[in-house]
Design a protein around this ligand. Structure first.
Ligand code: NAD
Length: 353
């Protein structure tokens, strides 16, 4: 396809600006034709800010009036499934933000709908497009790490619930596990060759509530409204995959920790890697234990991150290239998350079918 594609955005909150920046970076390939948010004042201001010709407060109306090739679904989590299904059934390709859905059942419905309608459904696993992921993947693909058998991933915030709907299970589906854990769980699974999860043991804690400490919150929701705060403060889990890889993951919105941390460690039969966030490799050479630190800045950079994700999506839509973050992987992540929450509830390991 050589002509420009017509794109719409559903949900004009915080993360939608990164999607818009990605589309605006491709002026020869993309026209953002319309935007939609249930908050009228918000969508109007958003359309004006980005010079988008038409705005809507109802996605159904936008899909009926416009001839779109693709949309980004950037709503709160509980609207991911209905908005995605609506768009796919209107014959439009979808990039849906993470987490794919509230649970596996919704995710499966989204995947089935994409298949039935013959449309692309990409999931916003943006960490797959990170400079750090690219470097580690090169080492893994070259065989320099051997077989990966264990991984540790943390995404810990001390006072970092984004607030609003993020803390309300009815809109979010859960707390830091589904919001933050999903990023690092997906990254490890992706780097590990996308194995199938077979079981999970998880615990969740709900001891600290929200807003317990003053100070910088970091990322916050742009939605105003009346919400409950009933999600976990912290989750920890161990997931076993069918290729022998085991992942230990920890994620928190609130935790009595010195500072926010996010580290990923991968242990292979030939070497280990630590993304802290700069990358180090550890191995055994000539009878010596050595630390190999690639030169340059290897820490995850947000500069250009979403632009790479969006450019890939546009490439998939325009040129039919294989999608690097397909819906099948979103379903796998929802299976893992459902199993961890179920395990936390029942107190023992849960088998993933
Ligand atoms: N990839 C990342 O790193 C990343 C970062 C932040 C958020 N996210 C994800 O992006 C999504 C949005 O998060 P946010 O921080 O932008 O939230 P936000 O609260 O800032 O904005 C969400 C917007 O969705 C709108 N909305 C809800 N239902 C709608 C519907 N049916 N139709 C149209 N608009 C609707 C709301 O009115 C609101 O404006 C979430 O799923 C979140 O997990 C991803």
């Amino acid at each position: 396809m050589s002509e420009k594609i017509k794109v719409g955005i559903i949900g004009c909150g915080g993360i939608s600006h990164s999607h818009m920046a990605g589309y605006k970076a491709l002026p020869d390939r993309v026209d953002v034709a319309a935007v939609c948010d249930i908050d009228e004042a918000k969508v109007k201001a958003y359309a004006e800010r980005y010079n988008v010709p038409r705005w809507y407060t109802d996605a159904r109306e936008m899909l009926a009036n416009e001839t779109l090739d693709a949309v980004s679904v950037c709503t709160w989590n509980s609207a991911h499934c209905p908005m995605t299904v609506l768009a796919l059934e209107a014959g439009v390709n979808v990039l849906c933000e993470k987490p794919m859905a509230m649970n596996q059942e919704e995710a499966q419905l989204m995947l089935d709908t994409a298949k039935r309608c013959g449309k692309l459904l990409q999931i916003g696993f943006v960490r797959r497009f990170g400079n750090d992921a690219e470097i580690v993947k090169k080492f893994i693909d070259a065989g320099d790490m051997g077989d990966l058998y264990y991984a540790k991933a943390t995404y810990l915030r001390r006072n970092g619930c984004p607030g609003g709907w993020f803390g309300d299970k009815a809109y979010s589906g859960g707390g830091p596990l589904i919001d933050l854990g999903v990023h690092v769980m997906d990254l490890v699974r992706y780097l590990g060759g996308c194995p199938n999860p077979i079981s999970a043991y998880g615990v969740t804690f709900n001891n600290l509530g929200n807003d317990r400490a003053a100070g910088e919150k970091g990322y916050v929701s742009t939605s105003v409204g009346k919400y409950e705060h009933n999600v976990e403060d912290m989750a920890s889990a161990m997931i076993r995959f069918d290729n022998g890889l085991v992942l230990s993951v920890e994620a928190s919105f609130n935790l009595n920790i010195k500072s926010d941390t996010g580290t990923i460690e991968l242990f292979g039969t030939k070497s280990g890697a630590k993304l802290d966030p700069g990358i180090q490799f550890f191995t055994d050479m000539n009878g010596m234990f050595v630390d190999i630190t690639p030169s340059g800045n290897t820490a995850l950079s947000f500069n250009g991150l979403f632009e790479r994700e969006i450019a890939h999506y546009v490439d998939c839509v325009q040129n039919g290239i294989p999608c690097r973050a397909p819906a099948e992987d979103g379903v796998m992540l929802m299976k893992m998350i459902d199993a961890i929450y179920a395990s936390a509830e029942c107190g023992h390991e849960v088998v993933i079918g």
